[in-house]
Design a protein around this ligand. Structure first.
Ligand code: ADP
Length: 499
């Protein structure tokens, strides 16, 4: 058989293209090697023949596939039963979707197109074209998943072209801005701009055209009902597979509430600070004004004792002595209270570089009488320059060393002051060999008026450590104690090296 005019494809009388004259070998070669997978199936489902594209797609050799029941390769049995039934009824199948199991166990999504070839009314075979649509299916599933994520997002996710025309609008955008998707798709993005932010939009579009991203840009947008929202925008260029910029995706997060909460917190904090400052000012003034009448009480009770001692008798003198002691103690309390409030008054001198060695010397000079009375031995290592007002450092050393002297044990007080760099500044230690502290009180002793002893046992007001804590915390550091009853105490405090 010769091979004739290959270009001549004349329509048949039924309008179908006519196959050009060709020989059988050529036709067979075409079927076997065509890029499209196809096979023939008998009425009972036996595979009669399959071409190489089909065998390749399924991963089987001809002997492992041809002659087998087609149902063996279908994942869903009702599907192949339906296909065979339809074919038997001479239905023509077009892109009927099914799942086939390949030799390696993988599953392929296919679109089957098939019809029956009959001769003299007999079912000779069905001829099936099997198109592998796995990649499209996976892409569609991925797209579906992405769409679901976009739709379920609380943020507004909007796509727009490079002219700012809105292309997509998710449910988050509907919720935040109040417009439905069909109201916004096709509109210009500037519909959303707050009136005073209109000029931002061309600038953002210019940046996108240059391929730049706009990240966490805080701005104002207007909702459908006219409310002005504070939003945080992240806008990224949308790039096509060839690398061209075709538009932008914009994620807008409504931060109106968190912004207003932050603002409310700021206002409340300011109000609280103002109330605190007033309160401290009040405490300071009251403790200052009470000083005078107290001095009078003390002075007159002393005068009474001196002038009328004989007339008062022993009981009267003793009672007056209590009055005097009470007045003196109250005077000390008021003095400490003033010192405490002064640590945090707003009018603080600027933080300076202070020599802590000098501060220690000055504190020891003030404490000299108590030191010599107790016979204490006080030693110190080389001490650093730190960022804290000199007089605050003196106050710290004075309080801690005076405690170490007062809360001494039977032995002569041994007190050691040292400091070491702690990475972010300095850590000081004031160590004594005194009565020690039960660890369960190691937090409480820094509270205002907290004392572990009566005044008769050890005089004091319970304010020294509270003052120390305030000074240290104001400097950004912390203070703590390590101690055990009877084994001395070490008070530590840190002063960060602020820049
Ligand atoms: P005050 O000494 O006036 O009572 P502080 O605030 O300085 O007030 O101290 C609180 C309490 O902590 C003291 O009453 C005392 O019980 C305990 N304390 C402080 N320093 C020491 C120390 N070095 N050794 C043992 N106990 C101490």
């Amino acid at each position: 058989m010769g091979c004739l005019n290959r270009n001549a494809v004349e329509p048949t009388s039924a309008g179908m293209p006519q196959i050009p004259p060709t020989d059988l070998a050529e036709l067979r070669d075409f079927l076997v090697n065509a890029g499209v997978a196809f096979h023939w199936v008998a009425e009972d489902g036996t595979i009669l023949w399959a071409n190489s594209a089909e065998l390749e797609m399924m991963g089987y050799g001809a002997g492992e596939y041809i002659g087998h029941d087609i149902a063996e390769f279908y994942v869903d049995q009702p599907v192949i039963a339906d296909i065979l039934a339809r074919l038997k009824n001479d239905e023509k199948l077009k892109d009927y979707e099914a799942r086939l199991r390949c030799k390696d166990g993988s599953i392929r999504h296919v679109a089957v197109s098939s019809s029956v070839y009959r001769k003299d009314g007999d079912f000779i075979h069905s001829r099936c074209v099997t198109q592998d649509i796995t990649a499209q299916k996976k892409a569609a599933e991925l797209q579906q998943r992405l769409c679901a994520i976009v739709e379920s997002s609380d943020d507004a996710i909007i796509a727009k072209d490079l002219n700012g025309v809105i292309l997509s609008w998710n449910r988050g955008a509907e919720r935040i801005f109040g417009y439905k998707a069909d109201e916004m798709i096709g509109k210009h993005i500037s519909v959303l701009a707050a009136p005073d932010r209109l000029d931002e939009i061309p600038d953002i579009l210019d940046r996108l055209r240059r391929g730049e991203r706009v990240e966490h840009f805080k701005t104002k947008r207007r909702a459908k009902d006219g409310r002005i929202l504070t939003v945080s925008l992240t806008v990224s260029p949308l790039i096509d597979p060839r690398g061209g910029i075709i538009g932008a995706s914009k994620v807008a997060r409504d931060i109106t509430i968190s912004e207003s909460q932050a603002e409310a917190l700021r206002v409340a904090n300011n109000a609280l600070s103002a109330v605190n400052a007033d309160l401290e000012q009040f405490v300071y003034s009251a403790s200052h004004d009470l000083q005078e009448p107290l001095r009078m009480v003390a002075a007159y009770s002393e005068m009474l004792t001196r002038t009328f001692r004989d007339k008062l008798g022993p009981d009267g003198a003793e009672y007056l002595d209590y009055v005097l002691q009470g007045a003196l103690r109250m005077e000390q309390l008021l003095k400490d209270l003033r010192a405490y409030t002064l640590v945090s008054t707003s009018r603080q001198p600027p933080v300076e570089n202070s020599d802590s060695g000098v501060a220690l010397e000055r504190a020891l000079a003030v404490l000299r009488p108590a030191i010599s009375d107790s016979g204490a031995r006080i030693t110190s290592a080389a001490l650093p320059i730190v960022k804290l007002q000199q007089f605050r450092l003196e106050q710290l050393f004075q309080n801690l060393i005076s405690n170490a002297l007062r809360y001494r044990g039977a032995a002569c007080p041994e007190i050691r002051v040292s400091a070491e760099a702690d990475g972010n500044g300095w850590q000081f230690a004031v160590q004594d060999n005194g009565i020690g502290i039960d660890p369960k009180y190691k937090e409480q002793i820094f509270e205002l008026f907290k004392r572990l002893h009566s005044v008769a046992e050890y005089p004091g007001t319970g304010m020294g450590l509270a003052i120390c804590k305030r000074i240290v915390e104001r400097a950004g550091g912390r203070i703590w104690v390590e101690s055990e009853p009877g084994r001395g105490s070490t008070f530590y405090f840190t002063i960060p090296q602020r820049t």
